[in-house]
Design a binder for this molecule. Structure first.
Ligand code: UDX
Length: 444
């Protein structure tokens, strides 16, 4: 009989995973403790902007034309336990307030909520990003709390999806990593991932700590790569070099590769910043903090980018923000997302506002979330409206629509033709030809 799957936690990760599992042919029950989320998902609505996710959901939630009806949602752990053979834990692990460590309370309460209802053999699979050592602890907790005892088994299966590509990354992952302690668990996970495995996706089987560490290591590497090129941008600025050409030249070495070498105002979002901090905190607990002190530097190079952008903007308006109008293009931490968590763009906008600048923000998708986080900033309905009357324009998130802007037309409505490109994504020549001073990070 085909396996039945449940997904606990229906945020970014969980909603996508649940819909993808249904798409792979399984009966899926998604679970969340927030009734409003469950109600919305059952209506085929997602609270976030993620290309393709709503369509995928509606292909499988009952009530839509031609839907398979394989995907349902509930708020009940009891129902989840009764329904599923394999339970994926997809709750979030945010940074703790005032600490580097991550908050494990949602993961712990998911396992504690589910376990007492597990009366028959089941595999609980953790997908959340957790400090190494968590899986071993949770496996013990599960065996203790579940009436099925050791037949309630744990596995660890980190998720590598990128926002904006969540559907694609979940349906066609570039690798599947599983930490298991039995051949049975491996067999079940091979069954779950039969479709991507058949497409040739590497399936890597490890112990618990290695599986947990793969995720922390991958995000640390990506963060390091970005901070590396941003450090080169600082040197380029001091030496009169061009970091974009430098990155291009580096990228031709296929040991280095061209990806993740875009210099700019740095990384943000719900993952990279908090994951490298949680990794440092955990290494400290394990007595291996020295191994990761370089991540502190990675973090500080990254945070310095934001301050640097503020300084360039200050220079552009003549040394003080008071009474100056600043247009900010972009609020999300990256394009094709509505996520403003730890967004460099919004951080820069906020700093300028707090220093007396009159900031007007426009973002194609992130306005609602940005307003919630920073209600005191000004918001405009379009890029043109944001730029109208501005003394300086800051390009901080590289949405495609900003590359299509017409610098000639915008030159007519702006107060000062100054544009700072915080993402090295605009065509500087085009702006200069239209009479603008164009300045980008790490470029002459
Ligand atoms: C990241 C990882 O890529 C993903 O594998 C993991 O599962 C979760 O964390 P995500 O947070 O969606 O995914 O964003 P990502 O595309 O990695 O970008 C992170 C940040 O780095 C963004 O703010 C982006 O603008 C910035 N970035 C990325 C750069 O500044 N330069 C680059 O070259 C690449």
């Amino acid at each position: 009989m085909a396996l039945k799957i449940t997904v606990i936690g229906t945020g970014y990760l969980g909603a996508t995973h649940a819909a993808a599992m249904a798409d792979m042919g399984f009966e899926v029950l998604g679970m969340d403790v927030v009734p409003e989320k469950v109600a919305a998902l059952s209506r085929g609505e997602i609270p976030i902007y993620e290309p393709g996710l709503e369509e995928l959901l509606r292909r499988h939630v009952a009530g839509f034309e031609g839907s398979t009806g394989r995907l349902r949602f509930t708020t009940s752990y009891e129902e989840v336990a009764a329904f599923g053979d394999v339970h994926f834990v997809c709750v979030n692990t945010p940074q703790k307030h005032g600490e580097y460590a991550c908050d494990m309370s949602y993961v712990d309460s998911a396992v504690a909520g589910l376990a007492p209802h597990l009366t028959r053999p089941a595999l609980v699979v953790g997908k959340s990003t957790v400090p190494v050592g968590s899986a071993a602890r949770l496996a013990e907790m599960l065996a203790e709390l579940a009436p099925a005892g050791r037949d309630a088994e744990l596995a660890w299966n980190p998720e590598f999806l990128r926002e904006g590509f969540a559907v694609e990354d979940t349906l066609h992952p570039d690798r599947i990593v599983t930490g298991v302690t039995s051949a049975h668990a491996e067999k079940l996970l091979r069954e779950v991932y039969a479709a991507p495995i058949a497409e040739g996706t590497p399936f890597i089987v490890t112990d618990f700590p290695t599986a947990e560490l793969v995720k922390s290591a991958a995000n640390s590497f990506l963060a390091t790569k970005i901070s590396f090129i941003n450090a080169m941008a600082e040197v380029c600025e001091a030496a009169g070099g061009d970091v974009v050409r430098l990155a291009e030249a580096l990228g031709h070495d296929d040991r280095i590769g061209r990806k993740f070498l875009r210099a700019g105002i740095g990384f943000g979002g719900g993952c990279l910043p908090k994951d490298i901090r949680a990794f440092m905190a955990r290494a400290g607990e394990l007595g291996a903090d020295q191994a990761l002190t370089f991540l502190r530097e990675v973090d500080s190079i990254n945070m310095r980018r934001r301050g640097h952008m503020v300084e360039l903007a200050r220079e552009a308006v003549g040394g003080v923000f008071l009474g100056k109008r600043v247009a900010v293009l972009g609020a999300t931490f990256k394009p094709d997302s509505d996520d403003v968590r730890d967004s460099p763009a919004l951080n820069v906008a906020g700093q300028i506002h707090l220093q007396g600048g009159q900031v007007t923000v426009y973002d194609p998708r992130g306005m609602e979330n940005a307003r919630r986080v920073f209600p005191t900033l000004g918001y405009a309905e379009s890029a043109v409206d944001a730029i109208r009357g501005a003394d300086v324009v800051l390009h901080l998130t590289e949405w495609a629509e900003f590359r299509e802007l017409d610098p000639v037309a915008l030159g007519e409505v702006t107060a000062g033709r100054h544009i700072l490109d915080g993402r090295n994504a605009l065509d500087g020549e085009v702006w200069r030809r239209a009479g603008w001073t164009y300045r980008a990070l790490g470029r002459p």
